[in-house]
Design a protein. Structure first.
Length: 313
C-alpha cells in the first residue's frame, strides 16, 4: 500500500477529486465484500470460487481494454506485467485467500478487524526497507499488535462459529494473509513505479485468479460443486466480481501508482471493519465478543497513531 512517491519514484500529483472518489470506493466496496464472501464460502468450492471471481473480473477488464484501446493496452511493458503478477499472487493468493478460508470459521466482522492492521505491516516494512519510523509510528505498531492479539485470542472462547475450536488458528491465517497483502502493495511499485491502472488491475486479477483456480483443482475441488449453490451465493459472487474486483481493484491499483500518500490510502482500514461488523451482525446474526471489540478499538487507535507518525516522518 505504498505510493510511487514513497517508493522513490517521482510522479505528478493526482487530481484530488479522483483520489477521494477512489478512496470512497474502497471504504464502502471492500467493507461490504466480507458479507458477500461469507455467503459465497458457505455454499461454493472455496478456491475455485475465488478463482472464478477474479478470472471473471479479468475477462471484463481485458475486454474493456481491447475494445476501448486495442490489444496493445493489455500487453503492457514487461515491468508492469511483472508488477501485476507479483501483486496478484500476494494480494489475492495470500491476502484474499486467507480472508475467504477464515470466514468459514471466524465472524466476518472479526476478520475485517484483523485485516485492518494492514497499515501497521506497511509501517514495519518501511522501517526495514525505507525510512526510519517516528516514535509515534512505533507506538502505534505496538498498540496495533496488542489489539490484534486481543482479537485473535477472543476466538478461543467464542463458540458462535463452529470451527472445531480452531478460531485462533484461522484468525492467525488472516494475520499472515494481511502481511502478504502488505508485501504485495509495498514491493509492487518497485517493479514499475508508473503504470496504467486498468491494465495493472487486469494483470493482478488474472494472475491471482489463475493461481486460485489451479490450487483449487489440485486439492480436489470441482466445478460441478457450483450446481448446488443458491441464488444468494451467485448474486454475492457477482457482487464480488463487479464491485469488489473490477471497480475496487482498479481504484486500488490506481491509488498505488498515483503518488497518493500511504497515510491517506490507509484510511480504508478505518471504515471497512465498521461496515463489515454491522453487516455481519445484521444479516448473519454474528456475535462479536467484547474482547474482540476492544481489540478492534485498539487496532483503529493504532492506525491513527501510525497515520500521524507517517505524516511526521
Amino acid at each position: 500500500m505504498t505510493s510511487a512517491a514513497e517508493s522513490g519514484a517521482p510522479g505528478p500529483a493526482a487530481p484530488a477529486t479522483l483520489v477521494w472518489t477512489s478512496l470512497a470506493i474502497l471504504w464502502v466496496a471492500w467493507g461490504s465484500t466480507y458479507l458477500a464472501i461469507a455467503y459465497v464460502v458457505a455454499e461454493m468450492p472455496l478456491l475455485l470460487a475465488i478463482g472464478l471471481r477474479y478470472l471473471s473480473a479479468a475477462l471484463i477488464l481485458g475486454t474493456y481494454l481491447v475494445i476501448r484501446r486495442g490489444p496493445h493496452a493489455v500487453l503492457r511493458p514487461a515491468p508492469e506485467i511483472r508488477r501485476g503478477v507479483f501483486e496478484g499472487v500476494l494480494l489475492i493468493g495470500a491476502g484474499n485467500a486467507g480472508v475467504c478460508l477464515a470466514e468459514k470459521h471466524v465472524p466476518s466482522g472479526v476478520v475485517a478487524m484483523i485485516v485492518s492492521m494492514l497499515s501497521i505491516w506497511v509501517a514495519l516494512l518501511r522501517a526495514r526497507f525505507s525510512s526510519r519510523p517516528s516514535a509515534l509510528t512505533l507506538t502505534g505498531v505496538a498498540v496495533g499488535f496488542a489489539g490484534v492479539a486481543a482479537i485473535v485470542l477472543s476466538g478461543s472462547s467464542d463458540s458462535s462459529i463452529t470451527s472445531g475450536g480452531n478460531e485462533v488458528l484461522w484468525s492467525l491465517l488472516v494475520v499472515f494473509g494481511s502481511l502478504g497483502w502488505a508485501c504485495g502493495s509495498f514491493f509492487g511499485p518497485r517493479f514499475s513505479a508508473q503504470r496504467d491502472a486498468v491494465a495493472g488491475a487486469f494483470w493482478q486479477v488474472l494472475s491471482g485468479g489463475a493461481l486460485m483456480t489451479i490450487l483449487g483443482l489440485l486439492i480436489g475441488e470441482r466445478f460441478s460443486e457450483f450446481s448446488t449453490a443458491s441464488a444468494r451465493s451467485w448474486w454475492s459472487l457477482l457482487f464480488l466480481v463487479i464491485v469488489g474486483s473490477v471497480i475496487a481493484q482498479t481504484a486500488y491499483a490506481w491509488l498505488l501508482s498515483s503518488g497518493t500518500p500511504i497515510s491517506l490510502i490507509a484510511t480504508y482500514a478505518y471504515v471497512n471493519p465498521v461496515i463489515a461488523v454491522l453487516l455481519g451482525m445484521w444479516f448473519l446474526s454474528e456475535q462479536v465478543t467484547i474482547t474482540a471489540l476492544v481489540g478492534g478499538a485498539l487496532v483503529l487507535a493504532a492506525i491513527t497513531l501510525v497515520t500521524r507518525g507517517e505524516r511526521q516522518g
